[in-house]
Ligand binder design. Structure first.
Ligand code: SF4
Length: 368
């Protein structure tokens, strides 16, 4: 059994088998590297280890613009500066509810913890100007479960609830976008929500123990969902492996039939189309699952038969915001004719399955 960390608590709850089946690998992909670099920058600036400019100079050039543009007033503007602490690691004991501070800036190199302790690191903590304790997790990628229902945020809110004795703790997810904009997702956790957190942790341990027993008896029950992202069990997960195995023959059959297209009747093409559409989401899921796997391995580890190395590439593109550009152009006096010259129409074709229209029955006839 692998004990979950704070960041994998949600997955452990949703799919306890992920802590029971073998092969655990940790993400070192591009998304994780980008996130780590932006975290490091924010931590150094907020903790006062370095000036903003000195910290910025150390950020790899591909992430520097995002860091330079971070909206600090949105990120920490309402937190008392002197109260801010970053990257503080804790252990919460599910058996007793006790909280231990493990250190600051440990970079996930946690000291030993007991079997019932869950360890994790809080990105930012402090006191709001109103005096209420706040915990904040910085995110640089895809949205995660809302703060209100987020295990990681609830964990850190519980830590401050115990340490400060405050009746309410604000938990936040702070999303830093590519352009440095910050969006906050906040929830004020009260005593009612936090009191039974240790018992919820015990619930996670109980689920994992059950999954371990099932795996021992040869039964692996997994539960797929958004929590599969960055799961280290991909290579041993029956759902992922089975999905790939089952899809290949079905697509193979279809490709063979489609190769003899002239021989097919319109009715058979209709059948193949319907089956193909059923399988398409599975192709997408396999695409996502394979990407997750590659991201979870060391760079350069997954190589195609032609020798090319599968690489997780992070790229971005700048778009002009149409509505804002239009408003600006109007403000600057652009005429409708001038604006119309800036518009280009793009058309595309798609195929949809449309139910045939029912013809209206005349009196004495049946509807078709
Ligand atoms: S990849 Fe498999 S084991 Fe991991 S969380 Fe998803 S379903 Fe569970």
């Amino acid at each position: 059994m692998s004990k979950p960390s704070v960041s994998s608590l949600e997955r452990a709850w949703e799919c306890p088998a992920s802590c029971a089946i073998r092969t655990q690998v940790h993400s070192t992909g591009g998304g994780a590297i980008r996130g780590d670099r932006i975290h490091d920058f924010a931590e150094h600036v907020l903790s006062g280890y370095e000036t903003r400019d000195a910290a910025l100079a150390k950020v790899p050039v591909e992430y520097r613009q995002t860091c330079a543009d971070i909206d600090w007033s949105a990120l920490v503007g309402d937190i008392v500066t002197a109260s801010i602490r970053c990257e503080v690691a804790y252990a919460v004991d599910a058996a007793t509810g006790n909280v231990r501070e493990l250190g600051v800036g440990l970079k996930r190199a946690y000291p030993e913890s007991s079997e019932t302790e869950i360890v994790g690191t809080n990105d930012v903590e402090g006191l709001l100007l109103s005096g209420v304790p706040v915990v904040q997790d910085i995110k640089t990628g895809q949205p995660v479960t809302a703060a209100k229902d987020n295990w990681q945020i609830r964990y850190h809110a519980y830590v401050q609830y115990i340490r400060t004795g405050a009746p309410v703790v604000v938990g936040r997810l702070a999303y830093i976008a590519e352009d440095g904009n910050v969006t906050l997702d906040s929830h004020a956790f009260d005593a009612f929500e936090l009191d039974d957190f240790p018992s919820q942790l015990r619930g996670v341990f109980a689920r994992i123990a059950k999954a371990v027993e099932e795996v021992r008896s040869g039964l692996v029950v997994v539960s797929e969902g958004p929590h599969c992202r960055y799961c280290g069990c991909f290579a041993s997960c029956p759902a992922k492996v089975g999905m790939i195995r089952s899809l290949a023959p079905a697509l193979g059959e279809m490709a063979a039939e489609a190769g003899e297209f002239a021989e097919l009747t319109p009715q058979r093409v209709g059948e193949i189309w319907m089956r193909f559409k059923e399988l398409q989401p599975m192709v997408k899921r396999i695409d996502e699952a394979l990407k997750e796997y590659v991201r979870s391995r060391a760079p350069g580890e997954v190589v195609q038969p032609d020798g090319k190395v599968l690489t997780d590439v992070v790229s971005g593109k700048d778009y002009v915001k149409g509505d804002r550009a239009l408003a600006l152009a109007r403000k600057c006096g652009a005429t409708d004719k001038e604006l119309a010259e800036c518009v280009e129409r793009t058309e595309w074709r798609s195929m949809r399955a449309v139910a045939p229209k029912k013809t209206k029955a005349k009196k004495g006839e049946e509807a078709v």
